[in-house]
Design a protein around this ligand. Structure first.
Ligand code: F6R
Length: 597
């Protein structure tokens, strides 16, 4: 939800380039507007509604050399996506510029106070109080750093905020419940919401903690607490390859990331699964002790993975439940001694998931983050962390991270239950090649051509296929903007069947071991209402007779064949969206990292 970037460098002429590169790497966080402020003797501010490309056209060709700069890409919360609401925001005289990610909950009271003092507001945003608060502190005689700190101390809510002043090469920053990472480069220093913003320039990072402040200038980075006392920080090296963040010849990040799934799974399994012995050993979880039930908290696609993971645990004798993080209520759900609460979160920053994990932590549960992002809030705040190792995912619609979550959850189920088997390990190890086979042989593109004009799309599956049906529908909604719904197959007849017509293709997930005859019964129910059937199956001999189209997948047993079926659904959604010329990597109204509640 909004991306921020800051840079101060010893080389001249590169501030704007670095900011623009950074904004492109952060656009997955929001693309309603973009803007930059470059500090010289004055501040030069450019901002535009729309994507970073619109900003690029707005910035004059003239050399915009500067001492330091900040940039922002916005996912709108307060006020529509307009030039006026775009960040950076400035004080009345344009001497202070601010970018912000998060929500300032007390902004209305602050705005009333500042307006009464004569400060003028030009936007609908909560952020605009910050430059005026800084200016107010400067007017009262505070130096710049103190003015910044005093302003931030007045804020309630969540924020990652960065500020530059005219005539200064320093960027000031602070965070509370919104991510902020500092980058240490050869020729300059960086700050950003996320590492992809500056990975091209440096892989050495310092993660800022809640309540900390940073002073960043060409000679170094100083981190302080809220009283200004210097805090020791650890410099970490991130192992993302900048190449991973490019499109590598694919038209869209999403298609690239779908094709990266075999590699992502191999990385996820590496050194964790020994096929010969059938053992699964996750080094990060060596100290994990679980005596009580397991609860999962997650949102969106990650929630679908959590549903899948909970089922795996239950099957292995461990009581497990999944909760939508935004609905999680520790007071209503008993957390017996020894309970484990697992936050499934690709970004590790989702506000609803973080809030549920913090509540579980306060209630005394052991917490585990299952995440993709090293150093994310979830990784740092939970008692344990297991990385899914999918590599950077830029497409807003989650694909490779969902599959990596499923595989990581399969390993987790084995570790927590203490029940592994050679067959389980072998099936996991076989997945990358089987996914490759699906990618190589899929006829999803033809199915997309046949059904691009449907009124709505339904997805049904039972058992391990039920969460995959939900995920198939979510992908279809997100990137095609068409109506799609996923159901546990048995639920269709309890209401949704009323919506089924000859213009509502039904994608039926029918895989061996999931009570095939019952799902086929559900298929016949929709067939009788003339709905076209697309079967996704590893048993075409049993299913083809009932289907208009078959998307075949290899067999990998009842638990893992649904993982393969999901790949077909990703491809169908992608190709329909492609035919409809949708904004596939940046679907309207969405953003990748949802750091508001
Ligand atoms: C859908 C999608 C979202 C996320 C959800 C949670 O394609 O990506 O539904 O799954 O916003 O995000 P994380 O996993 O970062 O907590």
């Amino acid at each position: 939800m909004c991306g921020i970037i800051g840079y101060t460098g010893s080389g001249t002429g590169d501030v704007l380039d670095v900011l623009m590169t950074g904004l492109s790497g952060l656009e997955y966080r929001g693309y309603d507007s973009a803007g930059v402020a470059v500090a010289n003797s004055s501040l030069e501010v450019y901002k535009r509604e729309g994507e970073v490309s619109a900003l690029e056209n707005a910035v004059p060709d003239s050399d915009l050399d500067g001492l330091a700069g900040i940039g922002h890409t916005r996912w709108s919360t307060h006020g529509p996506p307009t030039d006026a609401n775009a960040h950076p925001h400035t004080d009345d005289d344009g001497r202070v510029a601010v970018v912000h990610n998060g929500i300032i909950e007390n902004y209305q009271a602050l705005r009333r106070e500042l307006e009464a003092d004569g400060y003028t507001f030009t936007s609908d945003t909560d952020t605009e109080v910050v430059p005026h608060l800084i200016r107010s502190a400067l007017d009262s005689g505070a130096d710049r750093e103190t003015a910044f700190r005093q302003a931030v101390q007045r804020l309630e809510g969540s924020y990652a905020v960065a500020t530059v002043f005219n005539g200064s090469e320093t960027v000031y920053a602070a965070r509370n419940e919104s991510p902020l990472v500092l980058g240490i480069g050869e020729d300059g220093h960086y700050l950003a919401s996320d590492v992809p913003a500056f990975i091209e320039f440096t892989d050495r990072v310092v993660y800022l903690e809640d309540g900390q402040f940073a002073r960043v200038n060409p000679s170094g980075i100083v981190v302080t607490d809220d009283q200004g006392a210097i805090v020791e920080t650890a410099v970490e090296t991130v192992d993302w390859d900048p190449e991973d963040a490019g499109k590598s010849g694919y038209d869209h990040y999403m298609l690239k990331e779908i094709h990266e799934q075999p590699t992502a799974i191999r990385k996820c399994l590496r050194e964790r699964v020994t096929e010969l012995e059938g053992s699964i050993d996750v080094a990060e979880l060596a100290d994990l002790e679980v005596e009580g039930p397991v609860q999962f908290v997650a949102c969106g696609t990650s929630y679908h993975a959590a549903l899948y993971g909970a089922r795996l645990l239950r099957e292995r004798g461990v009581p497990a439940q999944s909760f939508l993080a935004s609905e999680y209520d520790v007071d209503a759900v008993p957390l017996p001694e020894g309970s484990l609460v697992v936050g499934v979160t690709q970004s590790g920053e989702t506000a609803d998931t973080m809030s549920a994990l913090r509540a579980a932590n306060r209630a005394g549960a052991t917490t585990l983050a299952l995440t993709n992002v090293v150093g994310s809030s979830a990784a740092r705040e939970c008692d344990h962390v297991m990385y899914i190792r999918a590599g950077p995912e830029i497409g807003v619609a989650a694909t490779k991270t969902f599959v990596s979550q499923q595989v990581a959850l399969a390993m987790l189920s084995s570790v927590v239950s203490g029940r592994g088997s050679q067959e389980f390990a072998q099936q996991l190890r076989a997945l990358p090649d089987q996914i490759q086979q699906v990618l190589d042989e899929s006829t999803a593109r033809e199915v997309a051509a046949a059904y691009e004009d449907a009124d709505a799309y339904f997805f049904i599956g039972r058992g391990y296929n039920a969460p995959v049906a939900l995920e198939g529908a979510l992908k279809m909604k997100e990137i095609t903007y068409n109506h799609a719904e996923g159901f546990a197959a048995g639920e269709l007849k309890h209401g949704p069947l009323a919506l089924v017509t000859d213009s509502t293709p039904v994608f039926a997930l029918v895989t061996e071991g999931d009570d095939v005859s019952k799902t086929l019964g559900n298929v016949k129910e929709v067939e009788a209402r003339d709905a076209p059937i697309v079967a996704v199956t590893d048993i075409p001999d049993q299913v083809s007779a009932y289907a208009d189209h078959v998307l075949e997948v290899p067999s990998s047993g009842p638990r893992f064949t649904p993982i393969l079926a999901n790949i077909q659904l990703q491809l169908v959604a992608y190709w329909i969206a492609n035919r409809l010329d949708r904004s596939i990597d940046k679907p309207r109204n969405l953003a990748k990292s949802v750091t508001v509640k």
